[in-house]
Every structure is written in structure tokens, then in C-alpha cells.
Design a protein around this ligand. Structure first.
Ligand code: KIV
Length: 274
């Protein structure tokens, strides 16, 4: 069976079916996320803090992002795999941006790429146009764009139009420009519910929300938040499991059993001495 394609996504969108996306950064988790039935798997640059141990997304290198994407690609059969262009892997020049984006498809097996766009961001909107013309499908990303955290100053909700937040009009215009440039869907991150609804009404491609409320066409969560792996919890997310606890419990049991001689038992031994 082939993976979910853009026409498949657009057909579901036209039918009003909510779309589902989760992040994944390695093969074992990607395999379960895929078997669980999501439409899209984003190999997000949130790997920076959730997988690679950095403080945020900025240090993630192109090679790390490609390596994570290739690992996910090897595990996934059904979902669309989207590689996330890390900080400054795009935007330095059109040529380098296209070359870097192309590597996600040519070398890492991604089906599409995602890139972040600042309000009114002409550079990235032009890139979306060029990439889609060349056959590299692009998912847009507006609202809170963590690669610009040093400018934004924190994880503020966008679309409120106050000092720390883009105006809803700017988000609508940027999303429209991305859709016109060929983006096949647009992630809305940490956006007020009203602004997210306005964007969703304004564009004719699916909007995928994370902390963008209920009036969008689909949802995305960071898989480690959903799984309870990594100890953080956020208002915009929902924790469906507590893997931190499960993993720690398993490790403690192993340590205890080795120390008190329960493991290995006879059943785990080759050619046991009678
Ligand atoms: O990198 C990521 O995980 C993302 C999602 C929050 C959409 O960009």
C-alpha cells in the first residue's frame, strides 16, 4: 500500500474529515505512530529538545534532521512523512534552500517538507512557490514559529494583536500567500481560536492546529508530549500515556532483579549448567 498522498489529504479535507498529524523522530516510535493510523508524521525540528537533548530547536543541523527523517522513513508504510527544514537550512539563498529541501526527498525518503514563515515573510513565500513548482510539496507553518524565538521573546499566543503577538490579519494574509504559493496545508501553532478560525475560513487548503483550538481542519501534537516522555506538560497538548513512568519502572525492576539474582533466570540462559 502506498503512503497517504496530497490528493488523499485533500479528498479527506473536502469531505470534512479531521486530519491527524503527530511528530516522530526515530524508527520505533514512528512505526507505532504509523500503525496507530495518523495521516501525516512530521519529523519536526522539535527533535532539538525532545530527541537530541538541546535546549530548543535552533541547534538542530540539516544532517541531524535528515538522519531523523531517514529513520522515520524506514519505519513508515502508510502515513505521509514530512521533513522539517531546520533553522537556516532555508532562506540563505534560493539555490541552497532548494538543494537542502530536495535532500529530504532524494536522500531521506520524505514525501514533503515543512518550513516556518514569519508574518508577511516574503523569502519563505517565494521559496514555497519555487519548491512546489519543482515538485517538492511544502507544508506551511505560521503563528508561533519557534525558530524566531529570539525575536518573539517567548511562547506567546499569536493572533491577539498585542505587543507579543502578530495581528490576526497578518496571519490570515500570510496563510493566504502561502496557499497561493502552493502550500498543500498550513500548520497554525499557538494561535487564538478566533484567529485560527479566520485563517481556516480564508484558505482553501487544510489548516493543522497545535494550540489553535477547535476550528481548524486537523490537529498535530508533539509525540513525546502525547506519550508523557520527557516530563513536560503544556496547556495546548494532551498526555495520553505516561511512558516516563513506564520506562523508569521497567529499568528499576531490571536493576533490582540483577542485583538480587532473579535475572537472568534459567529460561534466559543458553545451555544451562544442570
Ligand atoms: O517541530 C515541530 O514539532 C513542529 C510542530 C509543533 C508543528 O513544528
Amino acid at each position: 500500500m502506498s503512503r497517504t498522498s496530497i490528493p488523499d489529504l485533500l479528498a479527506a479535507y473536502e469531505d470534512g474529515e479531521p486530519l491527524t498529524m503527530l511528530t516522530a523522530y526515530d524508527a520505533p516510535i514512528a512505526r507505532q505512530v504509523d500503525r496507530g493510523g495518523v495521516d501525516m508524521i512530521l519529523v519536526g525540528d522539535s527533535a532539538g529538545h525532545n530527541h537530541l537533548g538541546y535546549d530548543d530547536t535552533l541547534p538542530v543541523t540539516l544532517e541531524e534532521a535528515l538522519s531523523n527523517t531517514a529513520a522515520v522513513d524506514r519505519a513508515v508504510e502508510d502515513a505521509m512523512v514530512i521533513g522539517d527544514l531546520p533553522f537556516l537550512a532555508y532562506g540563505l539563498s534560493v539555490e541552497r534552500s532548494i538543494e537542502n529541501a530536495g535532500r529530504f526527498l532524494k536522500e531521506a525518503g520524505a514525501d514533503a517538507v515543512k518550513l516556518e514563515t514569519a508574518p508577511g515573510g516574503e523569502t519563505t513565500i517565494e521559496l514555497v512557490d519555487r519548491l512546489t513548482e519543482l515538485g517538492v510539496p511544502v507544508q506551511g507553518h505560521v503563528g508561533l514559529t519557534p525558530q524566531r524565538m529570539n525575536q518573539i521573546g517567548g511562547g506567546f499566543v499569536q493572533g491577539r494583536g498585542d505587543e507579543q503577538s502578530a495581528a490576526a490579519d497578518a496571519l490570515v494574509e500570510t496563510a493566504r500567500a502561502l496557499a497561493d504559493a502552493g502550500a498543500f496545508s498550513i500548520v497554525l501553532e499557538a494561535v487564538s481560536e478566533d484567529a485560527a478560525r479566520r485563517v481556516t475560513d480564508a484558505v482553501d487548503v487544510p489548516t493543522i492546529g497545535i494550540g489553535a483550538g477547535r476550528y481548524v481542519d486537523g490537529q498535530v501534537l508533539v509525540v513525546t508530549d502525547l506519550l508523557g516522555l520527557g516530563g513536560e506538560s503544556y496547556k495546548l497538548s494532551k498526555q495520553y500515556a505516561d511512558l516516563d513512568k513506564t520506562i523508569r519502572g521497567a529499568v528499576e525492576s531490571y536493576v533490582e532483579e540483577v542485583r538480587d539474582g532473579q535475572f537472568p533466570a534459567e529460561a534466559n540462559v543458553y545451555d544451562p549448567i544442570e
